[in-house]
Design a protein. Sequence first.
Lengths: 447, 833
Amino acid sequence: MRISRLVALACCSWLFGVSTQAQDAVSFRKDLAPILLSNCVACHGAKKAEGSYRVDSFARATQPGDTGAAPITAANAAESELLRRIISTDESERMPLEGDPLPEEQVALVRRWIEQGAVYDAENPQADLAVIMPPPVHPDPPEEYSQTLPVTALKFSTDGARLFVGGYHEVTVWSAADGQLAQRIKNVDQRTYGLDLSPDGTRLAVACGSPGQRGEVRVFRVESGELLNVLGTMPDAAFDVAYSPDGKRLAACAADGAVRVYDTESGKEELTITSHSDWVTAVTWNNDGSKLATASRDKTAKVFDAKTGELTITFSEHGQPVKGVAFHPNGTEMYSSAADGRVMRWKLEDGKKSADVVRFGGEAYKLESGEDMFFAVSADKTARQFQLADHKLVRDFRGHNEWILSSAYHGPTKRLATGSFDGEVRIWNVDDGKEVVQFRAAPGYVK
Amino acid sequence: MSNCGLGRNTRLVIVASLAAFLLCGSLWGQEASGEGSGIASPVSVDVFPAHVRLTSPRQQMQLVVTAATADDHRYDATHSATYVSSDPQVAVVENSTVLPRGDGKADITIQYGEHSKIISVEVTGQGEPAPVSFYHGALAALTKQGCNAGACHGSPSGKGGFRLSLRAFDPELDKLTLIREEFGRRTNPHQPEASLLLLKPLMKAPHGGGLQMTKRDPAYALLRDWIAEGCQLDPPSAPRCVRIEVYPPSGRVLKLSEATNIGREQQLCVLAHFDDGSVRDVTRLAVYSSSDEQVAEVSTTGLTKGQDRGEAAIMVRYMEFVESVYLTFVREAPGFAWSNPPANNYIDELVYGKLQQLKYLPSELCSDDEFLRRVYLDTIGVLPTLEETQTFLADAAPDKRSKVIDRLLERPEYARFWALKWGDLLRMTKKAVGESGVHKYHQWLLRSFAANEPYDQFAREVLTASGSTLANPAANFYRTTADVNDTVESVAQVFLGARLQCAKCHNHPFERWTQDNYYGMASFFHRVQRKTAGRPDESFIFTTRSGEVTQPRTGQTMKPWLPVAGEVDIAADADRRKAFADWLTQKENPYFAKIEANRIWAHLFGRGIVDPPDDFRDSNPPSNKALLEALAKDFAEYKFDRKHLIRTILNSRTYQASSRPNEFNKDDVRFFSHYQPRLLSAEQLLDAICHVTGVAEKFGALPADMKATQLPSPDMAENEFLKIFGQPERQTVCECERGDDSNLGQALQLFNGPVVHGKLRHEANRFRVLLNAGKPDEDIVRTLYLAAVCRQPSEGELKASLAHIASKPDNRVEALEDVCWAILNTNEFLFQH
């Protein structure tokens, strides 16, 4: 019990960088919000509001619940119902109910914050805790991996010499020539589901998150691995990111069903598209950056006007969660892949299917497209290459022993990288279909 | 006026819940102590199991300590005993569970009071890895916490995008969902504690299902470790569970006391037996439920606590294995003394045995008038005539009750009334078999009951019927059951007392019936063909010589399968239905005689020994197992003679007990200590109203003298009154289709409905005829009472009636209408009691 509590405490401090210096003024955004979010919001939030009391924003946290007792009494810790309930010795009312009590350090923070006047130090008191909290400093990745990690995101560097791979609390960077580990970009959330490079190749956007808990879009300087910006925080994982062709905008999609478009210069969220009713798992731009296409677990693919966010067309013929999308260069058609392994071609004009491309023997995942080619990967352990113009199958890539979950294509060097469930990455020459190199994207992992 | 009424049941419920509420207060707060429990000091203790062998660090063993008193009473002392290990480096005991600490041998000394017992413990394999099994560990943990229950992620579409198979019946699907789906989103081997699979039920992440697990639950450690070990699957060579064993076995009697917890508790121990011969304690992983929470509650750790006297089946489930343990709870009742009532036959002996054990005192014998009314209604469905009542009441013969029973069983109304009951079960309707079809089918049924056809022959005749439904009306059975699924479900419910519908799509979640069983049984009826014949209302039933059932989930061709017997081989050209009937009607068949005996009992008492009477299952135990078995045995040995069984029951004191409860049985509703009053059935009530008023009801084109209790089918003559009082439409074979709830429509009918009103106003009704014949008021009132409730009015009743008539000197007939109306609205008239 004691050990697990220590671990929990340690995790909290890593995750949220809780300040433990006793003399400082306690901050609601930095200190209180993380405590409330990880211990209280599950029962006192939007999904569940036990005792009609919610703490998912400062404004709500100050409103009494059913008992009528004032939860937060500025400068008067003795009267605070919130504090009383987290320190009560009566198990039937001590919060979190039926859970371990809060660590003393956290209780002390709450007490001091109230004693110091219960000041709200963010702008909008109605804002969600997750939004006002400073971006967390994520724990370091394991020095050496004890387990492999499914490879869920891949991206080649601009020159094709390096391959970025989503790791555990990191993005690992590998030599595309020999599969040697070159760099580790840290301060990333648990899992990375999408990667993209700015057109100038200097910035790496990462769609990451902790499943069911948080999602983020982080931007790193490729050269140094330095964190430049945290663009947004979401209540569940972010699944994909894509720079617009001119690099001025960045689109991201997440489990909350929203597609967000950021201005890369200011980092401001310019557009929020909430048309999908379930996870949005992939997002991509057309060639001139005027349109955005998305794939969603709500069994549709959609196309939006990238300026206004207006829905242009919905494709719903998959009848299955859609996993990937790609624009046809003719500007009038799309490709999409779905959970039943089918890849379809359809028209932007009316959202009707124009062709069945292929049916894999398992789920198909994100589509990857280059100038004249596109690639699809599947749980049936194969990757396939098609001509964009006529979706003619060029070749397939076989060799993975596990489900292939992700891919990246580098046109100039004619390289395709594929990543599988068992943590393996393979790089192929798309001219002859031969494997160039393979490695396990798990630093220090020994089988 | 007898003490029966609509309010009784409601009051009972309130009293029972109040009692349960008050008991709870004393349940938890008390230190265990034998004082005041009414239990004698123990003379010995016994420990289960006698020897403990733990071969991996994950194994443990729940101990169950049983104390025995000088009068041979046994009670559970598991949570009062102390445990000392001879070598804590090898094994320790926490919460009465032996936990391994290191390889070696140790003795555990169990001390309870002055008595002690030593058991040996052998511990091996502690240094070796013991990975958590996917099936027996991780999936068992999810099942234990209820994650894959039907209302949660086990529903066909899952919940919140997370779908598990119902109680882990499809591990292949669960494997994909837990390990791979959405890129392994739910399990995180890098940081197991951060896995979504754990965070959600712990409410560390928002979870629509709320808090379902704590870190103290064994399920948490199992899931966490399984994830930490990399979510490994079971190797094909891994041992498989083949059965579970529960200790103590059924039959233990526990004594409740207000003063102490001692005696009311029973810790269970659940052992899983594997195909490699190994045995593991799964007490903490099994799922428990009680058949009657009012009697006994059971905790998630298998600790049963008695709440009230009675019996409860504790159902224990571990993965696909289900066992039930029957426990009896008794309580000292201050002032209780057994009255030693004489037993008329074995029924009384067995009922009294149970009552004595549970400290219920049977009610006195009912009065002659009560008996006569009761036995008429139960046997022939109608009230006795004035003459019959007067003759019976005047008869001084000591055996007059037996004689009237014999006479009633030979009356033609007997066959007509019981044909109504079986008409329900056989779904006899004009809609299904046509008008002439119903007549023929009904006539066939009447003949069968009139001739007292043995029940086994009756069943065989129904199940193997072929040919024209007009020439052989029994073949209509295959017309009313329209396809093979309908047939197998109907046969199971009517003849096996099993509700099999769930097993059509998946293994029954609570019972033994599997999907394979369903289709195995269906193969007996798969070859039955139905085709229309030349004449209207005629069908032709025949069987083909080929055709097999395919199990829809596995695609397997099913061999004919029978409960207990298993798969059977049947000659290729034989009618498989005959093989089924042969098996069904054997004297030894564990279902056949019991179901019918219970159905007859339920008809006569308004409640089955198993209740509902067509819902036999482990988790719905009989209230008196010995009684049910004795009835079934008697029935089978007496060549399935239904009249014999009915006669035996009617002659028992149990049947003839008064409906007035006493101080010591007023809260009994299931052990037959007194007769349970019940509203007359729709048909009985209508006939009774006709009888009292002397005005018959006309049913469409049916013969004028046909009574409601003798109708061939409800849709032959639609009658609003009957429908309102719960006459079934005969759409299912379920006994529950006959409604027994009271409603406003019924009250309005009785208050001033067209039936009651019409008959009270009828020119030739009973009291008008008497009035016109110049009878004095008193005679008329006496006659009405005798007709309605088989007795003379009490002095008070007579006085009140006469006073009312006297108050309307200008309108005697209207005053008599009032009196008759009042009688028809008394509980004594409306109820059978």
